[in-house]
Design a protein around this ligand. Sequence first.
Ligand SMILES: *Cc1c(COP(=O)(O)O)cnc(C)c1O
Length: 395
Amino acid sequence: MKIYADNAATTKMSRTAIDAMLRCMEEEYGNPSSLYTIGQNAREILEKARNEIAAVIHADPREILFTSGGSEADNQAIRSAAELGKKKGRTHIISTAFEHHAVLHTLKRLEQEGFTVTLLDVHEDGLVRPEELEAAIRDDTCLVTVMYANNEIGTIQPIREIGAICRRRGVLFHTDAVQAVGHVPIDVAADQIDLLSASAHKFHGPKGIGFLYAKKGIRLTNLIEGGAQERGKRAGTENVPAIAGMAAALKEAAAHMEENAAHVRPLRDRLIEGLKAIPHSALNGDASRRLPGNVNFCFEGIEGESLLLLLDDRGISASSGSACTSGSLDPSHVLLAIGRVHDVAHGSLRLSLGEDITAEEVDYIVQNVSEVVAYLRSFSPVWRDLVSGKTPFIL
Ligand SMILES: *Cc1c(COP(=O)(O)O)cnc(C)c1O
């Protein structure tokens, strides 16, 4: 059996998205800035895509800016809010300890430039507490940036409450919604979101394209200078095929969102139940307030890296943390943020299910993870010490 269970890292492109891209590449190859017909055809595709994307998140098309992906959108959103704040003498930013590195590293850079950053603790359930966030707001706070859904443990944050607090306190609110867009319903107006980042390859669109929603009236800072594309806020000839592919993928994801979630959620829960039966294991993050396809476990006494390599031999693609941290031996900053100790955080496994997952595949995953965990423990010195009582079990 071959099972791709790493949809939080990236997704397989949908047929609809590929077809939309091929059409652009083969027929509508014009430059959207050109005045003749093939150029204007490309312009039309671009603006249609913008309309479709805006509709899905309840925004105005003029509030959608195309970027090269989630990372760029995060960078531009945060930089823009920081610059606006600085003009008013407000240089304090609030975020959380378990953000994506596109956010955390941008904040680090801003700290070097004189900004002050408060990183809120995330509780054991993987959720930020709105009252703690409100208590952290100061007179000089210019931005709150809290992710919509976490990329490792899938927990969905109380975005509407946070949005209401920020609006009431006059602070800009950015959310990295890369894991949420196309998977859970998003309404930037109802949620009172000022800035939102998204990436096509997390919802069956192409890689290297994403968008930034910026509420009307928010002046964006350019990361790329040049031509007047994207209302002068992001220079460079637009990647029309990728943009068309992104819009097609998002439209499709939005149209099937409810039925997809209704199919995946019970299978996610079946997987969680199955893995819970493994001794000295624990689910990371709240069991219900999480993305429909996300499962993340810690298994005591093993290393996640060995686990995922052995699962690969058995046809299962999974992750032990985020795509950016695999390959390095540092435990996940997300798991540390929710209070997992180093040794336990090392034995983590993320399985992010696709919409086409079946019960049979879930049972295959449970069977194989159980066998591989037992095998790895059989020669793990850490496990031997736990079993002999030399070190106490944590899970
Ligand atoms: C994948 C991801 C990103 C980065 O998006 P890219 O398009 O790969 O740059 C940012 N934030 C989160 C939460 C992600 O999951």
